[in-house]
Design a binder for this molecule. Structure first.
Ligand SMILES: [Mg+2]
Length: 323
């Protein structure tokens, strides 16, 4: 089947700056993809990496593929492409397949059921108190995610941890995410504080992504979720037998991730890389599938971090026209 790839760059600003141990992000940039077949049918996708380098690589790969191509040719390239581009192209092909093969009904997902991502530019305590107070009326999730060890931090996180544990209700869960920013020693100190803490759901990527031996060793003592390691070393998606944070927008062909989630025993947790409405269709669908799996837990969709507006519409055609 002959196809034409159309591309539009997009950008938007997060409602607040996200600061992690690896740097900060405020402006999100990426590409919207529209693939048209010879009958005029459209597929929609988004290239939405967090790293600028990945965007650059994706643009180079798109230039290599060319604007006029075929379905078979894209399918052949997919597994070799940057994950963010494979996500976008895979999503486009899924739309075109929907016209002929079994129909994929995109499920919505109530973002209030996502884990609550604490602001990273202020002391988190006040936000926790506000969220806990509001969560009963709003029926939002009882899971809080705290990104620690970030570069612009000017308060002592260990002390804050004690205060958080003092105020967190028993039915709440806490995820701690240093984004690979801890040394083994630092990780051990935190584990000593947390090892008997029933409200700790997991620590996410405590050690640098390359310290795989250290991560396996920590997992013997406390629940560990991998995130960045899975992006850098995709083979770990098969061998890591605990929680896996998967950001579909970085992960590659979303049709493969969907199959993985539907496998028995999957401990996949869908997480956002801050997408437009086009990418969100898949993120929501995968999140909806994930919570219906054997190990349900709150997806990480960062409620409130993306602005509102036509770029976040559920209808891909309207998102395309809004850019
Ligand atoms: Mg993470």
């Amino acid at each position: 089947m002959k196809l034409i790839i159309n591309i539009k760059p997009f950008s938007f600003q997060l409602t607040r700056k996200l600061i992690t141990s690896q740097g900060s992000i405020h402006n999100k940039v990426g590409l919207l993809l529209q693939i048209k077949d010879s009958d005029g049918n459209c597929g929609w996708g988004e290239v939405s990496p967090l790293a600028k380098k990945e965007l650059q690589k994706s643009i180079e790969s798109l230039d290599f593929i060319g604007r006029k191509t075929t379905k078979d040719s894209i399918e052949d390239y997919l597994c070799e492409l940057p994950g963010a581009l494979a996500f976008g192209l895979g999503a486009c092909l899924a739309d075109l397949e929907n016209l002929s093969k079994s129909k994929l009904d995109f499920e919505g997902f109530d973002i209030a059921k996502s884990a609550y991502l604490l602001p990273t530019d202020i002391d988190p305590l006040e936000s926790i108190i506000k969220y806990v107070d509001g969560s009963n009326d709003k029926k939002s999730s009882c899971t809080i995610k705290w990104k620690v060890s970030h570069q612009e931090n000017n308060f002592k996180e260990e002390k804050t941890l004690q205060k958080i544990l003092d105020i967190l209700p028993n039915n709440f869960k806490l995820r701690i995410d240093p984004n690979g920013g801890w040394s083994r020693q630092k990780a051990q100190e935190w584990i000593n504080e947390l090892k008997n803490e029933p409200r700790l759901e997991w620590i996410e990527q405590p050690l640098p992504s390359k310290d795989i031996e250290g991560l396996f060793s920590l997992a013997n003592h406390i629940p560990i979720a991998l995130d960045e390691s899975l992006v850098e070393f995709p083979y770990l998606r098969k061998t890591w037998k605990s929680w896996q944070i998967r950001r579909p927008a970085l992960d590659g062909d979303p049709r493969l991730l969907l199959k993985e989630i539907e496998q028995e025993g999957s401990q996949t947790v869908i997480s956002t890389a801050f997408e437009t409405g086009i990418g969100r269709r898949w993120i929501n669908h995968l999140a909806a599938k994930q919570v219906k799996g054997g190990n349900p837990c709150a997806p990480g969709l960062a409620p409130g971090w993306c602005p509102k507006g036509p770029l976040f519409n559920k209808n891909p055609k309207l998102v395309w026209e809004a850019v």
